[in-house]
Design a protein around this ligand. Structure first.
Ligand code: PGA
Length: 245
């Protein structure tokens, strides 16, 4: 199966910087066999879509409003994203949970908004260092997944990618072992199967301090369909290398 390589630009790049970035990335990934998607800041979506039209790069967003429309100053709706050509959206990233107070109930609403317009949700879950040390990884993942996916229909799970992103591995240079990733993904599969049926298998990916040297350990992990890359996706040459593994 085609592996997924998602990049998260976070709050970096102006539209003209995205233009330069994509010129390089599109060129370097022309013959890529994997599925590549980059989540840009809202202001860069138009230029990104324009440039990616005839490439194999999917354009994504990093957030979406939980509301449909109306008096929500500063928010961007799922319909707006869909009309801008967005194909996937990151939801529940640990930075949004920690810095902007997003909880599982809000994330669940956002996923449902994205479902209405057929945008793939890349749902981030993962434990903090304190939770891991207290042996709570499984409990944390169970609560996050059950609450984030609550009320979804089984056939909607095809539009869900679950990104296992241990919070302690994001932007720290610290990573779990391949075995730890495999165990977490195995556990996520069990949670999904107990909430839905055993025939439902959303794509599972790993994210946290991925670079050109360690990508091979994660992409080869059992049940791992791909990766979500932050820092190392900011350099188009590095990211092209990562996604060509
Ligand atoms: P990182 O970020 O690759 O810089 O650790 C991952 C993420 O934020 O998804």
């Amino acid at each position: 199966m085609q592996k997924l390589f998602f990049g998260n630009i976070k709050m970096n790049q102006t539209p003209s910087e995205t233009q330069n970035y994509l010129k390089i990335l599109i060129d370097k990934t022309k013959t890529a066999k994997s599925k590549i998607g980059i989540a840009f800041p809202y202001t860069n979506l138009n230029i990104a879509n324009e440039l990616c039209k005839n490439s194999n790069i999917l354009v994504g967003a990093q957030n979406v409003s939980a509301e449909d429309s109306g008096s929500f100053t500063g928010e961007i709706s799922s319909k707006m994203l869909a009309e801008s050509g967005v194909k996937f959206c990151i939801v529940g990233h640990s930075e949004r949970r920690k810095l902007f107070g997003e909880n599982n109930a809000i994330i669940n609403k956002k996923i449902k908004r994205l479902m209405q317009v057929n945008i793939i949700s890349v749902v981030c879950v993962g434990e903090t260092k304190i939770e891991r040390d207290a042996n709570k990884t499984k409990v944390v993942l169970k609560k996050q997944i059950e609450e984030c996916l609550q009320g979804l229909f089984e056939n909607e799970l095809k539009n869900i990618v679950i990104a296992y992103e241990p919070v302690w591995a994001i932007g720290t240079g610290e990573t779990p072992t391949t075995k730890q990733v495999e165990l977490a993904l195995q556990h996520i599969t069990q949670i999904v199967h107990s909430s839905f049926s055993t025939t439902v298998n959303p794509s599972l990916i790993y994210g946290g301090s991925i670079n050109e040297s360690n990508i091979k350990f994660f992409i080869s992990a059992k049940a791992c369909s791909g990766v979500l890359v932050g820092g190392s996706s900011l350099d188009p040459i590095k990211f092209a290398k990562i996604s060509s593994i």
